[in-house]
Ligand binder design. Structure first.
Ligand SMILES: [Zn+2]
Length: 369
């Protein structure tokens, strides 16, 4: 079934190309096409099967730090990289398709079914690679769209208008990414920093408009400040985006107490605990205001949110974006949530809520409206 755009303006997409809008409602959209949401199964809503963090990498000046930054990840430097994950270039490159087939198969073998690749423009998005991995593993894989944080924006981002960026996203979702014919099933992760620059705000406005146009789920990576998610929701609301179809990512490092969580949840958005398996967070120059939570404290926070009535607004994932989080490099791998966290969740919040968080909430979030 196909539906026409709302207006003539909406029908003009990128370089004057005209597209007929496809009705995507009621389905989730994977790299292999539409899928009935009831078939999504246990889902990781925020991972990166391909990722290139070197696009925002700045080589240090000092020779010894430079050597650490440019060494491959080995057993000898693994402990150092674990405490400085964003200071080693090799760590930030996920590009080995064979290895990724092996790593994601462990999630499949543990009973997993769907992985959302939240890699957006500028950080190594690879739709054709995602499709091959999906075909080889049998997993459902959903691709992202839009722009990540400003340090990864392409040259010329300053001269793009909100309408330009919106059109790019709508095309990714409605027609396909570049010339692959592979559709994005997610708008995101849209990158923002605190305080944000004009280009990030523009990219967020465009993402909100594209969500209105396409009905796609929207994920936003907030800056490291508890007030930032509220500012993000303000911008999206102004663009008439459906906040019940928006997820705020990385909440464990962004929101510190129940009242801060409520400020997002009361507006209808999802909170995504997507750093499971990671126990370390430190960025040069960033002042931490509360301890970075362990996996068990994340689960107890989720319990608190369930007791406060927000059970349907919680998503969980691991944000695997670097080598050290893979089995091959001594990490927890893609099956960590199903193998290790689900039993913990069952004992703390019970089987029904565990199932809702692993299956029901992602299903609702990923279904186009
Ligand atoms: Zn992120």
């Amino acid at each position: 079934m196909e539906r026409k755009c709302n207006s003539e303006k909406d029908n003009i997409v990128r370089n004057g190309e005209s597209i007929v809008m496809v009705d995507m409602r009621g389905k989730a959209w994977s790299v292999r096409g539409p899928i009935d949401p009831t078939e999504l199964g246990a889902t990781l809503t925020h991972e990166h099967l391909f990722c290139d963090g070197t696009t925002y990498f700045q080589l240090p000046q000092q020779a010894n730090q430079r050597a650490l930054a440019t060494s491959p990840v080995t057993l000898e430097n693994l402990a150092w990289v674990r405490f400085h994950p964003y200071e080693n270039m090799d760590n930030l490159r996920l590009s080995d398709e064979e290895l990724m087939v092996e790593e994601t198969s462990r999630f499949k073998n543990a009973g997993g079914s769907t992985i959302v690749d939240a890699t957006s423009n500028g950080v190594g998005r690879n739709p054709e690679g995602l499709k091959r991995i999906s075909t080889r593993t049998g997993l459902t894989v959903i691709a992202g769209s839009g722009y990540y944080v400003s340090s990864t924006h392409p040259q010329g981002m300053g001269s793009k208008t909100v309408h330009d960026i919106r059109s790019e996203i709508v095309r990714d979702v409605q027609v396909g990414i570049q010339d692959t014919g592979i559709r994005a099933g997610l708008i995101g992760e849209i990158g923002t920093t605190f305080p944000w620059g004009a280009n990030e705000e523009k990219s967020l406005q465009a993402a909100g408009q594209a969500q209105v146009e396409t009905g796609a789920p929207l994920q936003v990576h907030p800056g490291r400040n508890p007030t930032h998610p509220g500012m993000i929701l303000d911008v999206l609301e102004k663009e008439s985006a459906d906040l019940r179809h928006v997820a705020i990512c990385h909440v464990e490092r962004t929101l510190g107490d129940l009242s801060q969580f409520r400020s997002v949840l009361d507006r209808g958005a999802y909170v995504e605990f997507d750093n499971f398996g990671q126990s370390w967070f430190a960025f040069p120059g960033h002042k931490m205001e509360w301890p970075f939570p362990s996996d068990s404290s994340r689960v107890f926070r989720i319990k608190e949110l369930i007791e406060a009535g927000y059970a349907d607004q919680v998503l969980v994932s691991m944000d695997i974006d670097s080598k050290i989080l893979l089995y091959h490099y001594g990490g927890q791998g893609f099956d960590h949530i199903l193998a290790n966290i689900a039993p913990l969740m069952q004992s703390v919040i019970g089987t029904e809520y565990t199932q809702r968080i692993l299956v029901g909430n992602p299903r609702r979030f990923l279904t186009f409206s």
